[in-house]
Design a protein around this ligand. Structure first.
Ligand code: KIV
Ligand code: ZN
Length: 392
């Protein structure tokens, strides 16, 4: 059994923020920052201070209010100007981290950076060395390999470069699946190879985008393969289709018996707060937090859910919803539904219905639902009351 605790590094205020139609100002960022502190994430990337004066001010403000136990990080491209901006913005934070990055994938180096691998390696090493000199010892420098998922063909170059980056002062190495093109197990294998070739004591991290919908899988499997820091965001917000959702990663680990050091009972309230603040509604089928994500409609599922109600493990229930601060496991009646739904819905409304009563009105209820779709409570109650009157 795995007994390490994961380290959650939240990127909502940076990767999430840069994907918004209207990026947050300092006040809005503060609201989210304080919620992240309540959740208990261990590190918060507060922004990209070189991107705008507004973001610089927001980073500076958050650094000034950050509690001692939370690491405050800021993102910088691998150049002195950006790195200086982060150092300046974070000056008041007790625990701070400069996070710099550059792409090592052959495609990106050639077509976007338009530089040779040797030059890119030099830029990375010099940027980390510069950040180390600025921060001094005792604070962390994170270096990210952007587009690591695309580095299968030049892994040796990546490893040798990272060895130099670590020697220059990086304490955290983050491997990014910047665009999700790699299968989770392929990514995990590459990650294992890299970290097995870096000095012990280097903090291992992954940052998995969700373009193909596998970010949570990649992040969770990376943890079990040895990664310590997991980069996630609230509601999965980040560039394009986002990044691994904090709620999904945390609950997946919890379900595997991992000690998750977060206040998960705040997940649901947080998700709704984020939806409001980002103007990005939560899809009703979104895992864990969607309004319809805990609804049973098929008769088979309703039967299993009803028979295992109150048990620690449910027949068709992934988690106990109260763990994430929501109620909401419900049955709804459609033409696909069964007697258990009728029983539960009417029983919940305060009537002393029996399973036999429910079975009696099932054919009429199904017929109605074929015309109407999901039946409202009143329709089911009418059927129940009429049937009860008939049988007196
Ligand atoms: O997706 C990515 O590669 C990033 C890096 C800056 C870490 O967001
Ligand atoms: Zn990213």
């Amino acid at each position: 059994m795995e007994n390490r605790r994961p380290f959650f590094y939240d990127v909502t205020l940076r990767d999430g923020n840069q994907a918004l139609k209207k990026p947050w100002n300092a006040q809005e960022k503060e609201t989210i920052f304080l919620q992240l502190v309540k959740l208990g994430v261990q590190a918060i990337e507060v922004g990209f201070s070189g991107s705008s004066d507004m973001d610089f001010e927001a980073c500076r403000h958050l650094a000034s209010i950050a509690p001692q136990q939370v690491i405050v990080a800021g993102l910088a491209r691998a150049n002195e100007k950006d790195i200086l901006k982060v150092a300046e913005a974070l000056v008041e934070a007790n625990s701070k981290r400069i996070h710099t990055f550059i792409a090592f994938s052959p495609f990106h180096m050639k077509n976007v950076l338009k530089k040779s691998p040797r030059d890119v390696r030099t830029i990375a090493v010099e940027a980390v060395g510069f950040a180390r000199d600025l921060l001094g010892d005792g604070q962390e420098i994170q270096f990210s390999v952007e587009h690591f998922g695309d580095c299968a063909e030049n892994l040796t170059f990546v490893i040798e470069s990272l060895q130099e980056v670590v020697a220059a002062g990086a304490t955290v190495i983050n491997l990014s699946n910047t665009v999700e093109r790699t299968r989770p197990l392929q990514f995990v294998e590459m990650m294992k190879t890299v970290f097995s070739n870096l000095p012990e004591g280097v903090i291992s991290s992954v940052h998995c985008h969700n373009d193909l919908g596998m970010a949570t899988a990649t992040t969770v499997e990376s943890f079990f393969a040895g990664a310590y820091q997991l980069e996630c965001s609230l509601n999965g917000l980040a560039e394009r289709a986002g990044i691994s959702s904090l709620y999904e990663v945390a609950m997946s680990l919890y379900n595997c018996g991992i000690d998750v050091p977060l206040d998960m009972s705040r997940f649901y309230e947080t998700a709704h707060m984020l939806a409001g603040m980002s103007s990005i509604p939560i899809h009703e089928k979104c895992p864990l937090i969607g309004s319809d994500a805990l609804v049973h409609r098929s008769g088979i599922h309703q039967d299993g859910a009803g028979k295992t109600r109150g048990m620690k493990k449910g027949a068709y229930r992934t988690i106990d919803p109260s763990l994430i601060g929501r109620g909401g496991e419900r049955m709804r009646f459609t033409s696909q539904s069964g007697k258990m739904a009728i029983y539960e819905i009417i029983h919940k409304a305060g009537y002393a219905i029996t399973i036999e009563d429910a079975l009696r009105i099932l054919p009429a209820a199904r017929k109605k639902a074929e015309e109407m779709g999901e039946l409202p409570l009143e329709v089911l109650l009418n059927l129940y009351i009429n049937e009860s009157v008939k049988s007196i």
